[in-house]
Design a protein around this ligand. Structure first.
Ligand SMILES: *Cc1c(COP(=O)(O)O)cnc(C)c1O
Length: 515
């Protein structure tokens, strides 16, 4: 097999030389060993990543404060040596910004990518298969489907469910809204909602991912169509409130069409009551979508899968591979149990695309994208090499590390305000929490931690309450990293407390009436 491929490659290059003896049509890369640039890039990032944990998590290159001066040495009229370009590029990229590959990045679901995922992505970039039409890249299309069907089955979704790789969770959610609109409003695919009496509205919790607003805007139903349902004390959608809102909206002449249950909210990792929402949605004839962009990875763990109970009753599901499945951006997945509605939403026929066969479906006729990168290859390589059980061990390790963070924080007098089992821990200083300027206090503590370079955490408002959000995001994070984080957090709190006391004292001695 390999041998015969070598022969055909050799034949190919001989044939090319014969056609272009003088290299009349020189390619942009004819004069340089461009493949060496790719090899150099790979070995260079490997070196940089091996030592990233010894440096600050979020460095700031002072030169970047003057962007024009920073960019001035880059002149496309003067080509540079490839090794110089690559070294310079990597150093510019790593001297500023937030290192999501750092083990003390306790941040926003941006993983340290697995090298296996990088390998799959390199193959996708280098071979550059076009996945729009099955006939162009049958192997890649079928490998993607194999991965999608595996994840589909782990999620408990029925056979016949349609899956697609997307650029990320936003595109996945966007796809779900288009399919829901198309199915729920006959004629939507031809005439949209323009000029019709229909006023579609959908429901998601007030803690949902606000990409839904942009998506509603892009679908032409308007941002006001996203009805935010209040949450309970655990930041989960209040299903009684959902039922009331649906009833009231229908009575007011609006047309509810979809409910989104979030499994793992961005802020606090809350899991909406998926079973109850499924029941209500089916009862009211609404499309039930589960947005499990981050936490959906738990379908890979037998022990943690029950956290997502109810996901198998969804009409559509979003799971990102570029979050807790730790492959490079951008890789999302979307699943639909109604594959006919998917076809109705995205079918199109053109003279220039390879003709559609009755046996195979072309990805461009069942998803948003046209030209398509082989997004799934990175997850394919990671799953094939580490196996589901490798992922399971990692996910369970991350959940235990979350429990360790919660315990350490409590030992240091922080109060946890969220209750999820997922490794996102939101804490407050009890004293500051009762003050008016709680947001100011907690965001200042966060700023101190980030400026120290030792760790990265963020400030968050959970149902309006200010808190510090700590999320296990890198598969490299260990208890030792948590210990360093806790020291940084506790020191930051002392500094901010000292400053706050000082400014209060100053305010106190100000003469009355000075404002
Ligand atoms: C991250 C996330 C999104 C957005 O997905 P992207 O991959 O960033 O486009 C949507 N919903 C939830 C719950 C998320 O965690």
């Amino acid at each position: 097999m390999v041998g015969s491929q070598n022969v055909s490659l050799a034949t190919l290059s001989i044939g090319r030389d014969a056609v272009q003896p003088q290299h009349e049509h020189s390619e942009p890369d004819a004069t340089v060993d461009a493949a060496a640039a790719a090899r150099h890039a790979l070995s260079h990032i490997e070196t940089v990543l091996a030592t990233i944990s010894q440096g600050p998590v979020s460095p700031m290159d002072p030169l970047l404060r003057d962007v024009e001066a920073w960019l001035a040495p880059i002149d496309f009229e003067r080509p540079m040596d490839s090794a110089v370009v690559i070294d310079d590029l990597v150093s510019r990229m790593t001297s500023s910004g937030v290192h999501t590959t750092h083990p003390r990045y306790f941040g926003l679901f941006n993983p340290t990518p697995l090298w296996t995922g990088v390998a799959g992505d390199i193959i996708a970039a280098g071979l550059n298969p076009q996945l729009a039409a099955h006939s162009h890249a049958p192997a890649a299309v079928e490998l993607e489907r194999h991965v999608l069907q595996f994840v589909r089955q782990r999620a408990g979704l029925p056979e016949g469910t349609h899956g697609s790789f997307t650029s990320g969770g936003s595109e996945a959610n966007h796809t779900a809204m288009i399919v829901a609109l198309t199915y729920q409003f006959p004629g939507f695919n031809e005439t949209g909602v323009t000029g019709s009496q229909v006023r579609p509205v959908l429901y998601a919790s007030s803690e949902c991912h606000l990409a839904w607003l942009k998506i509603a805007h892009a679908c032409g139903i308007g941002r006001a169509a996203v009805r935010l349902v209040p949450v309970d004390a655990h930041h989960r959608m209040d299903v009684d409130a959902l039922r009331r809102m649906c009833t009231d909206d229908t009575a007011a002449g609006l047309n509810p069409f979809m409910v989104v249950g979030t499994a793992g909210t961005t802020g606090v990792g809350a899991i909406d009551p998926l079973d109850q929402i499924a029941y209500l949605s089916h009862d009211l004839g609404l499309h039930f979508h589960v947005d499990a962009a981050w936490a959906g990875a738990l379908v890979l763990s037998d022990r943690l899968r029950p956290i997502l109970a109810g996901i198998e009753r969804a009409d559509s599901v979003t799971i990102d591979a570029h979050k807790w499945m730790s492959v490079p951006m951008g890789a999302g997945m979307v699943f639909h149990t109604n594959s006919e509605a998917v076809a109705d939403s995205f079918h199109v026929a053109t003279s220039y695309m390879p003709s559609r066969s009755a046996l195979v479906e072309d990805p461009y006729t069942s998803s948003m994208q046209w030209s398509r990168r082989a997004i799934g290859l990175k997850l394919y390589v990671s799953l094939a090499v580490h196996g589901r059980e490798g992922y399971e061990r990692q996910l369970e390790h991350d959940v235990r590390l979350g429990e360790y963070i919660a315990a350490c924080a409590e030992d240091s007098g922080w109060l946890r305000i969220n209750t999820t089992r997922l490794p996102v821990i939101c804490v407050v200083d009890p004293e500051a929490d009762s003050e008016n300027d709680s947001w100011l206090f907690h965001s200042e503590v966060v700023d101190h931690v980030v400026a120290s370079g030792t760790a990265w955490v963020s400030a968050v408002r959970a149902a309006g309450q200010a808190a510090i959000r700590i999320c296990v995001t890198s598969h490299k994070s260990t208890e030792a990293d948590v210990d360093v984080l806790m020291d940084a957090l506790n020191n930051a709190r002392l500094s901010v407390q000292a400053r706050t006391r000082l400014s209060k004292a100053e305010r106190h001695i100000e003469p009355p009436g000075s404002g």
